[in-house]
Design a binder for this molecule. Structure first.
Ligand code: HEC
Ligand code: HEC
Length: 493
């Protein structure tokens, strides 16, 4: 539904006029809802700053990547209009205040916009557009100035109910996101002691009744908090159903597990304890074991002010620890922030393909590279891409993913889009660990995923057509993916 669909109908010319008219009719309905919503909600200062911030984010994550306009590729042209309208609303609101207080800021801000729009005017080809240069040299300065303008105006103190840290000068800082927004309400602002306790528990094998398994048995720090295995064995030595995912930046998701079945990290961790293939302990047994240890008892008392009787505090401590496992200091981050200039030509090409022609960033959204959809970050998308059962790509995997929930044919093989940060450390790949190298993954995408390989996948959400990436282009994307490794992800406590 909506504009994306209409765009497809116009630019792909395969839609009948009646269907097209129906799409228009539905979209017109959506517009009237939108209009009445707008009428009921006056533009407040708060809405003004949130909306403008979101719009800048949309440009880098949705517009220049082709997400908004997958077929026409008009996203580049639209970004220009979008930036021009930022100046337009600025002129009709804040400009007089800023000019009076800090004329240099006013001049510099306008200059950054003019430079960006003229860059967009002179670089219109979607496939060759240099996203790296555009973001680093044009969008980052705009964001930085917009933050300064807000601060200078002193009209609004940022709220913490939004996904953004409104004071971060770019969207690529290690604190650009507001972790509190992504954390369950019961778990807000954990203390150092709670985090340190969570860390200790994370590595403690006494968590499991068999005394042989801790979280770190499968989520190994040196392996990007994955385990290097296709499928880790359960406590009886049988392979688990799915590959162990990384925990780095996992807090920035609205659903957990490969099929997205858990909606919060707390829910997710609780299920480890009750899953008889993992800890084979129900929650209560687990707590008792820990409570026999006087050291833990006193640590729980200091961290939570009470002796725990249920596992609530345990899970809270562990999930607080996990939410500190964030890294935004990879080579990519440092380069896109302009802190260092060490990207090779191949890595730059790889990033540009990733965010352009190869369409990767239309699912692996920048800069998190997971499926949590900007700019609201309210849901984490699942997709059907047609992952095969074995690496010879002859049969489709029979794991149906999210289908179990509603038994809708549309949901067969639906899996959560995972983060690609630290992906070079977390082989093998996909929910079933089918591919052991990134080369195999790239080959899969290049062929058009499962349906491109000939599997019967009517509802594949990955475009069916081959990407036609050359050998060198595939290598470049891999070179780029390797720049997403965090040099160090360890909690400071
Ligand atoms: C035996 C191996 C194993 C152990 C032990 C284990 N995990 Fe996992 N973990 C997995 C696997 C496999 C998945 C993916 C399961 C799925 O998607 O169905 C997973 C998924 C997760 C996820 C979801 C990540 C995401 O992005 O969706 C989190 C968080 C997590 N584990 C945390 C923990 C914590 C905390 C512990 C200790 C309390 C733990 N795990 C113990 C193997 C393990
Ligand atoms: C239509 C959405 C979509 C697009 C486009 C897409 N991906 Fe993915 N990607 C996914 C999903 C969903 C998974 C998990 C699939 C599974 O496990 O079966 C995934 C998994 C991966 C993995 C494995 C990660 C891991 O930890 O196991 C890599 C690597 C990857 N994608 C890279 C890419 C690259 C490179 C591109 C561009 C060439 C790309 N993706 C395009 C949705 C997408």
């Amino acid at each position: 539904m909506g504009l994306q669909k209409i765009e497809e109908s116009i630019y792909e010319e395969a839609t009948s006029l009646t269907d097209f008219e129906q799409e228009l009719y539905v979209t017109k309905g959506l517009f009237s809802v939108l209009l009445s919503n707008i009428e009921q909600r006056p533009v407040t200062i708060q809405r003004f700053f949130i909306a403008t911030h979101q719009q800048l984010f949309r440009i880098i994550s949705l517009a220049i990547t082709g997400f908004d306009t997958p077929v026409s590729h008009l996203g580049l042209e639209e970004s220009k209009s979008s930036l021009e309208s930022l100046v337009f609303i600025y002129d009709h609101s804040l400009a007089p205040i800023i000019k009076a207080q800090n004329e240099v800021l006013d001049i510099r801000f306008r200059k950054t916009i003019t430079q960006a729009t003229s860059y967009l005017e002179n670089h219109t080809d979607f496939d060759t557009f240099d996203r790296f240069v555009f973001i680093r040299d044009y969008m980052n300065p705009i964001t930085g100035h917009w933050v300064k303008i807000r601060q200078q105006s002193q009209l609004w103190e940022p709220v913490t109910s939004e996904p953004f840290n409104f004071d971060a000068p770019t969207f690529f800082e290690d604190n650009s996101f507001n972790i509190g927004y992504f954390t369950p309400a019961t778990n807000l602002n954990p203390t150092r002691k709670q985090i340190a306790l969570g860390k200790k528990l994370f590595f403690d094998k006494r968590l499991s009744t068999s005394n042989s398994m801790s979280c770190a048995t499968c989520h190994i720090p040196e392996k990007g908090y994955a385990d290097g295995m296709a499928l880790n064995p359960d406590n009886k030595g049988r392979p688990l159903q799915r590959n162990t995912p990384t925990l780095i930046n996992s807090v920035f998701q609205q659903s957990f597990f490969w099929d997205g079945r858990s909606e919060s990290i707390i829910d997710q961790i609780s299920s480890v304890f009750t899953n008889d293939k993992e800890f084979a302990s129900n929650v209560h047994e687990f707590s008792e074991a820990i409570l026999e240890d006087p050291t833990y008892v006193s640590e729980f008392k200091t961290a939570f002010g009470k002796t725990p009787t249920k596992n609530t505090e345990l899970i809270k401590a562990i999930s607080s620890y996990i939410s500190t496992l964030n890294g935004f200091n990879s080579k990519f981050d440092r380069n896109i922030r302009g802190e260092e200039n060490t990207f090779t030509a191949e890595e730059t090409l790889g990033l540009n393909l990733f965010m352009g022609k190869a369409l990767c960033a239309t699912c692996h959204f920048m800069p998190l590279t997971n499926g949590t959809v900007p700019p609201f970050f309210k849901e984490t998308e699942r997709e059907v891409i047609g992952t095969p059962k074995t690496a010879d790509n002859k049969t489709l995997d029979d794991d149906l993913g999210f289908y179990w929930k509603y038994q809708e044919p549309l949901h067969k093989g639906l899996f959560k889009t995972p983060t690609l940060r630290n992906v070079a450390l977390t082989a093998p790949y996909m929910h079933n660990g089918v591919y052991s190298t990134l080369e195999e993954v790239l080959n899969f995408y290049n062929l058009g995923g499962g349906s491109g390989m000939g599997f019967d996948l009517k509802y594949q959400t990955l475009p069916f057509s081959a990407l036609n990436l050359t050998e060198a282009e595939q290598k470049a994307i891999i070179a780029y993916l390797k720049t997403l490794n965090d040099s160090e992800v360890e909690t400071p406590y």
